[in-house]
Write a protein that binds this ligand. Structure first.
Ligand SMILES: Cc1c2[nH]c(c1CCC(=O)O)Cc1[nH]c(c(CCC(=O)O)c1C)Cc1[nH]c(c(CCC(=O)O)c1C)Cc1[nH]c(c(C)c1CCC(=O)O)C2
Length: 341
């Protein structure tokens, strides 16, 4: 058990002295030490080298003081393990040279073994656990099957992911076979991560909010719920669907331990939609970390006042931006740590 177990206690819904705090994408580009490693090693080398991945993972614990660590890796290691080439192009982002665009391509995807293909991730977890020495819990993560499909079909980032949506609407059965293949390997992958030592898992449905509520129930939620059902027997599961406010009520009874909330939703509405029944995580606007430090402190305190200190994990409403000064990130974290009712 981690010495600082606030995060795990909040996931259980226990009464806590103050809420735990961590930041999505906290192991990333706003940290000068991260940028030094980025200059030396390309992205997937950083992911695949356990010594580098673990060094990056512990950076925010030491430098910003968050209450949980999240393994440095990427959601796109899953399509890679499925035999889909994914590159990370500098100043461009993810790039899939040969995206999945036909039914035949879906059915040709091999049933690869997450255990073998992603062994480097489990090694990184073991090294990280040693480095953390039980100071704080370690979060493992995966993309939702829909969000992974977005990249596999679109081939790159997009504002609309219309090729991925189009594939679902033109070939719903093949799209569902693809989503199921992603789901199956993701379950194996997360179970291996648990074996290697992660204390909780978070599912990132970063592009779920691009779907209508009806399409979401068809193409995203059922696959997330399959993963939650399998994983919750082992570790707490956090489901973060960006823009998916319409799914919060159903997710609150899905077996997840906590739900992520983005900054477009007020704490009051998020609590109402989930019938005050589940731990919520969020939802500071990442760009608000550009405000002067006294404003960050005031807004962070107000956020906790409104969510309530219990059944709550303080976080941003999405990933931290690369242009956030480290002292602003730290001011946010400290404001939560100093929270008094
Ligand atoms: C959609 C998504 C991806 N990756 C991820 C998501 C879901 C979360 C979200 O919605 O933000 C998840 C992710 N990616 C990364 C982490 C590390 C752990 C952490 O949260 O601190 C996590 C949890 C590292 C990373 N993953 C990536 C970086 C930046 C590139 C680099 O370091 O070279 C980092 C730190 C690359 C990446 N990876 C991805 C994109 C779109 C990009 C490019 C971003 C950009 O360049 O603007 C896909």
């Amino acid at each position: 058990m981690a010495k600082n177990d606030l995060f795990l206690r909040a996931l259980k819904g226990e009464t806590v002295e103050r809420p735990p705090v961590w930041m999505m994408r906290q192991a990333g580009r706003y940290l000068p030490d991260f940028m030094k490693l980025k200059a030396k090693y390309d992205f997937f080398t950083r992911c695949r080298t356990p010594e580098l991945a673990s060094e990056i993972t512990v950076m925010p614990i030491e430098q910003v003081g968050t209450d949980a660590a999240i393994l440095f890796s990427d959601i796109l290691v899953i399509p890679q393990a499925m035999g889909i080439e994914v590159q990370m192009k500098p100043n461009f982002g993810p790039f899939v040279p040969d995206p999945i665009r036909t039914v035949e391509m879906v059915d040709a995807i091999p049933a690869n073994d997450a255990k073998e293909e992603l062994a480097y991730v489990y090694d990184a977890i073991k090294v990280t656990k040693e480095m953390l020495n039980d100071s704080v819990p370690l979060i493992g993560f995966a993309g939702s099957p829909w969000t992974i499909m977005c990249y596999a079909v679109e081939g790159k980032g997009s504002k609309t992911f219309d090729k991925a949506k189009g594939f679902c609407f033109e070939h719903p059965e093949a799209a569902k076979r693809l989503l199921q293949k992603i789901t199956d390997i993701t379950i194996d992958y997360l179970l291996e991560k648990v074996k290697a030592g992660v204390d909780a898992v978070q599912l990132f449905d970063s592009w779920g909010g691009l779907l209508s509520p009806e399409d979401y129930k068809e193409f995203s939620m059922p696959y997330i719920n399959q993963i939650t059902a399998k994983l919750k027997r082992h570790v707490p599961v956090i489901v973060f669907g960006k823009g998916c406010w319409y799914a919060l009520e159903e997710y609150s009874t899905s077996g997840a331990s906590a739900l992520g909330v983005d900054w477009t939703l007020s704490p009051e509405i998020a609590r109402k939609l989930t019938n005050n029944s589940i731990t919520l995580q969020g939802n500071f606007d990442p760009a608000r970390l550009l405000s002067p430090i006294p404003t960050i402190q005031k807004m962070a305190k107000e956020m906790v006042d409104r969510f309530g200190k219990d059944k709550y994990i303080a976080n941003l409403g999405h990933g931290i931006l690369p242009n956030i000064p480290v002292d602003h990130a730290k001011a946010f974290v400290d404001a939560i740590k100093n929270y008094k009712v």
